[in-house]
Design a protein around this ligand. Structure first.
Ligand SMILES: [Fe+2]
Ligand SMILES: [Fe+2]
Length: 471
């Protein structure tokens, strides 16, 4: 125990915040990329998952002073018999007004239509669907979208928004997607215009969009103002500097979204414990956070990864998480089954596994692509021993489609523009527990998790200073 605590204390001296790895090259801005029309009509609307399939969270920018934001919801396309839900206004130095509305009382397995109202012109009618009780469903998982630009004039903003939009179009053409998951670094500079651009695709207005926070998202307070998610942990022993952990259920799955820029393992532990306790019947436990734990592709980050493994894996193991979704390294990898930092089942070359005796870690590549073409590399020698397969592609975006049934979860991983997945894995479970060991956390974590908390208290002070300097 002493050794683990010592290692933790030493490693805690490394900072959590590091930059991203790939440069972005500028491209010509064409007429069809103009923001004008979008800004006039769009209002940056996105919908987020509610606590379960009977709720939907709606968020957008702007509105008239002293007018309470409202969302009108109807089962009819002509908006007849609409029900109005009123919400709240959130403001910060970076965002004058973000409207947050929670729509409740929805029926599962139904299509609804909605408009957003804020005293200016109402948005045009959009629709969304709720997942039926016990139905199979699919989600897209991406990370490191990296909408990039300090102003709407920046060419990189158009370029990154186009990549994001194209990926969502392609994914939704492949499958009926009911959830969009993003593992952080949604923006690069944390500017309002970047998030505005990330809410450009039609899909985020019709399919609930759940974002995790990345090290780039904490550069400014924008995300704090525009994040609108259920069961959010906004207080704690050492709360997140910007927003916080949150959870929701969809179909038979519990999604645990953590802020990995917050090293307070004690807070994450209690958050996950409560979420799992509140959802004892969930078949699948999916965790999503930004930082890569096991990919091993960037040597200079291995000390940071070691720290993060100490902070997060005891929680993942204790609560028998089936799949962990991460990003940050911009290098795709999928791990073997891992429990207590050891490979419990070697998945190299396998396309399915039944009741794995540990957790599988899926690290996405990035949507921050280079214009210079480079041949993708599969099963590179840069991956760590924990990794079953990796795929390094820096010219086209990488994304995954997760398909949930009652007894299986299939992960198909795609490179944008390529017909077939470059790898896939089906996890079968014969019981809710699967094959994951059910053991208490290691004794050293009883103290170790609070060391992370103390470090976060100190780290938050310097992070606040850095954000203030950036403006
Ligand atoms: Fe990134
Ligand atoms: Fe990152």
């Amino acid at each position: 125990m002493k050794k683990a605590v010592r290692i933790l204390a030493v490693v805690l001296s490394f900072v959590l915040m590091t930059g991203s790895v790939l440069p972005i090259s500028a491209s010509a801005v064409s007429k069809e990329n103009s923001w004008e029309e979008y800004l006039e009509e769009g209002k940056g609307v996105y919908i987020g998952p509610g606590a379960d399939d009977t709720e939907m969270y709606v968020t957008w920018y702007g509105g008239k002073e002293n007018v309470t934001p409202a969302v009108k919801v109807s089962a009819n396309k002509d908006m007849s018999d609409a029900v109005t839900f009123e919400g709240t206004i959130h403001s910060s130095d970076k965002v004058e007004r973000s409207n947050h509305v929670t729509v409740t009382g929805l029926e599962k397995g139904k299509t609804y239509y909605y408009v957003c109202s804020d005293g200016t012109k109402d948005t045009e009618v959009k629709s969304f669907k709720t997942v039926a009780e016990g139905a199979d469903f699919s989600a897209i998982y991406v990370s490191d979208i990296h909408l990039t630009g300090n102003t709407f004039e920046d060419e990189s903003l158009y370029k990154s928004a186009k990549v994001w939009n194209d990926v969502l179009v392609e994914a939704t053409e492949r499958e009926d997607i009911s959830l969009i998951l993003s593992g952080g670094d949604n923006a690069t500079e944390g500017q309002p215009c970047e998030y505005y651009a990330s809410f450009l695709p039609e899909q985020v207005k019709t399919i609930p969009y759940a974002m995790a926070i990345g090290n780039h998202d904490v550069k400014r307070y924008t995300y704090d103002t525009i994040a609108n998610y259920p069961n959010a942990k906004l207080t704690g022993l050492s709360k997140s500097l910007i927003h916080g952990d949150y959870y929701f259920t969809k179909g038979n799955a519990l999604f645990l979204v953590l802020d990995s820029t917050n090293s307070s393992a004690a807070d994450h532990y209690f958050f996950v414990k409560n979420a799992v306790k509140a959802n004892p019947d969930a078949k699948w436990r999916i965790m999503m956070f930004h930082h890569d734990l096991y990919g091993g592709h960037i040597e200079s980050r291995e000390s940071e990864n070691m720290l993060l493994r100490l902070l997060f894996t005891p929680i993942i193991d204790r609560f028998q998480v089936d799949l962990v979704l991460t990003g940050h390294s911009h290098c795709f990898s999928r791990s073997h089954a891992i429990y207590r930092n050891e490979i419990t089942e070697n998945l190299a070359g396998k396309t399915s596994v039944t009741d794995p005796k540990g957790t599988i870690y899926l690290n996405n590549g990035s949507l921050r692509v280079s214009e210079e073409y480079s041949e993708p590399i599969k099963d590179s020698d840069r991956k760590s021993e924990f990794i079953a397969t990796d795929y390094l592609s820096f010219s086209r975006g990488i994304y995954n489609i997760l398909s949930f049934t009652d007894d299986s979860l299939t992960i198909k991983s795609y490179e944008y523009g390529i017909e077939s997945p470059f790898t896939e894995l089906t996890i079968n479970k014969t019981t809710n527990e699967g094959g994951h060991p059910d053991k208490p956390v290691q004794l050293w974590f009883a103290i170790g998790k609070y060391i992370g908390t103390i470090y976060n208290m100190i780290n938050n002070i310097s992070r606040k200073g850095e954000i203030a300097e950036r403006g």
